[in-house]
Design a protein around this ligand. Sequence first.
Ligand code: GLY
Length: 557
Amino acid sequence: MELRIQQVCILVLLVASSADAAWAPHGMVASEHVLASQAGADVLKRGGNAVDAAVATAFAVCVVNPSSCGIGGGGFMLIYLAHQRRALALDYREVAPAAASRDMFVRNGKAVAELSLHGGLAVAVPGEVAGLAAALHRHGTLPLATVMQPAIQLARDGFPVGAHLAKEIVQNVAGLRSNPALAKNFLHPDETPLVAGETLRQPELAETLQQVARRGPQAFYSGAIAKRIVDSDRAAGGVLTESDLAHYQPTWRTPLQTSYEGDTVYAMPPPSSAGILLEVLGMLRDDDLRALEHNSPTYLHLLAEAMKHAFADRAQLYGDPDAVAVPVQRLLSEQNTLALRQRIEATRTLEHSAYGSSAGSGDAAHDHGTSHLSVMDANGNAVACTTTINTGFGAMVVAEGTGIILNDEMDDFATQPGVPNVYGLVGAEANAIAPRKRPLSSMAPLIATRDGKPVLALGGSGGPLILSGTLQVLLNVLDFGLDARSALAAPRIHDQWEPPVLVVEPGVPASTRNLLASYGHTLKEMPAMGAIQAVRTDAGVFEGASDPRKGGEAVGW
Ligand code: GLY
């Protein structure tokens, strides 16, 4: 009898572990939905490289997690090419329409959050289709129609609604009910939400994807689809024009990089704020984190203080590098990171205004939309890609007859410099709205390499929780030697400087919280902070893991 109970326990453990981690010899995809990971793994299996697989996964995840991302949004892709031993960064972030202006959301002297979150004005020019096509064109090996096939099939034939989407439908049910184009997909005829396990078909989206697959990105950025995007946006109060769509261009940028623990860590440059993670690595470079012990109060205090300095820099200095000078190299310099480290006290927080390189308010971050995927192939190529329509179901505007849900990325600007956005993040003039400017993003794809070979590809979703989550998973693997699954499962903390709150997950013990409080932190508990997707290699085997907080699944072959 005892033996049988033991066997059942082992079986339960195996089933549980297979749900969020996978091991395979030839390649690996980790994403926020098993069907999207499967689409990418199938591409790897038929000989595609990591870029082919990432593009297939990205299009598929846009279909199966349509509240988080979609072709009405945009993203970032960090690519490591084995044969060239170099990293590349592709920015296909949305841009503000030409008619956008600094105070477009300000009424009676105050930014109106509802305007930058929902309705036509919230919509920035989508970059997803142009970006994925550009990545494939330059570094993929398969035709667009081939890698888009799984997404088209999932949209046309349907798939069972996953737990995450079901939750998002319930959370946004009022908005969905007031929008017939969304209601017809995500609600029953009596306006009750679709529940997990029910089949979701998106025939109009399937047709749109089919046209892009046949004719390439111009099918999206000009002609009938572009006109429908513009007409629907303007009918919802927006200012998009067909010229905005026709002008959209993704941009190849030089990744940021730093050395850490003998590895090279590459990060997406601005308008991503991933640079702040490298700034934290710079602050921690000379600390023996292992000696402090994983998730000990001393370690978590140091991490929180370093994050606060870096987030203060994000708030004050980060923006679109094509529009403002972001002093990222100065921020990452040894001189700056050592100076910041010296200002961190072992058992005490500082005055709020004392954080940040130039040191002389809302709610802490909530988890919203966005989706991340990580891929590695057998030839040593790696991709970390994050994509978003911003908050759940974006602007809640659908381009009529196309199935495209348009983003609300305008809220990622500092809609009124100094006033917090939906994530409680403040921004300065560097992230103020201007025509054709890209809003600052927390999306932070990272790749770590050792001796020129990728060892870890990761990133996440959850607004600014992306930054703290990605950082902690990276440190869990590189410093503490955890496997990807354990690195993701470990409890996390988050401190974005403003508001001045140290957010902790339930797994952080009371004794640790008490000590942190005694150092001066104001603590708040949040049940689950962001969702990270990680792929790593170890002794020639790939491990992929999806964050148990959101329910994705890694698939290898
Ligand atoms: N839309 C969330 C972000 O880019 O940070």
